[in-house]
Each structure stands twice: as structure tokens, then as C-alpha cells.
Design a protein around this ligand. Sequence first.
Ligand code: 3PG
Length: 210
Amino acid sequence: MTSKNMQDIFDIGLVPLISLNDANDAVPLARALVKGGIPVAEVTFRTAAGLDSIKKMAAEVPDIIVGAGTVHDVEHAKQAVAAGAKFIVTPGFNLPVVKWCLDNNIDIIPGTASPADIEAALSLGFNVCKFFPAEAYGGVKTLKALSGPFAGIKFMPTGGVNEENMLEYLTLPNVAAIGGSFMAPSSLIKEKAWDKIAQTCQHIFGKMLG
Ligand code: 3PG
């Protein structure tokens, strides 16, 4: 079953991938995403500030659906959920993390890159998976090829998706949402250019709507 949060994310169709070096940036950034019309953040565990950033966003910006990305182990999944993460994303099909999330009723978008990964996801009842790294693994062409044998599965392509190619992905019937760092570029985060990030999000959201 698709939860309300997951449905909201797929309705929005865009999942900004966020890696922060300073957790003090979490709240202004989350507010910029909300202001820009994309109230979702996949905050990665790639930086030491990831967990605190999730905690701050969840506590101080109620309008954002904050999740944890780059979750490689169950311990991080538990910490993320305790910090307020509403969903978990893994880069690959990580069975222990997937099983922990399913056992604990936590939303997860598991990473897949191959038919074998997708078979594993299907066997556990998933109908939406991340497709990573999208561009390097054949992008739109691969997603089209996957739509035949895996008609019941939708994807969140991430990795190399950007403003130039986003519409090619979003028009595919088996794409539930696209993810990427391009909605909140690290260069703008570094400058603490929150208004510019909000404008970037508004622009991207507008482009998606056509
Ligand atoms: C991910 O983990 O999903 C990717 O590293 C995001 O890739 P991008 O920076 O090309 O959007």
C-alpha cells in the first residue's frame, strides 16, 4: 500500500537530494524548498551533518516531507527514523535495510539498477523503486526497456538527472518521480543563497508543469 507521504511525494514528482556539511543550513534550506513548491528532501548520510539536518528539518519545518538517503545499514535507518525521517532511500537494493523498513512499517524507496534488483523488489511487494545511477545505467532508454517485463513497477530515476533532461524522464509512464541534486545545487547551498534555491525550485516545478 502506498502511504500518504509517498503519495504526496509522487504527486509532487520531484525529490531534491540534499547533502549538507553544516546542519545549521538545514532549516533555511528546507524553508526554501517549501517556498519553491517542492516540499520534499532526501537528506543523505554522506556527510556527518546528515542526521542532525534531518532532525532539524523534521522538528522545525513541519511542511516538508523529510527522508534519509544513502542509507547503507539498519543502524542509520533507525537513527534517521528516530530523528523524524518519514522515508528511507537506499542507493542499491539493500536487503537488511529493506527488510527492517518493511518490518517496522517505514516507507522506503529501494535502489535498483538491474532486472535482478527489480525482481527482488517485486518479490517483496514493491511497486516503486529508485533507479540509480540513472544516466550511467542507460537513462530513458533503459527505463523504456524495463517497462515491458516490469509493467507494475515505477521508478524514481536519480543520478545524472538534471534540468535539461528532466522532462524526458517525467514523461515516461513508469516514472513516479525524479530525484537529484540539481534542485538545490551545492554551489547555492555553499553561498547560503536560500532565495535563489527557492527560485530554482519554482523554475523547475514550473517547467515540470509545462
Ligand atoms: C544520488 O545519490 O541519488 C545521486 O548521487 C544524485 O546524483 P546527482 O547529483 O547527479 O543528482
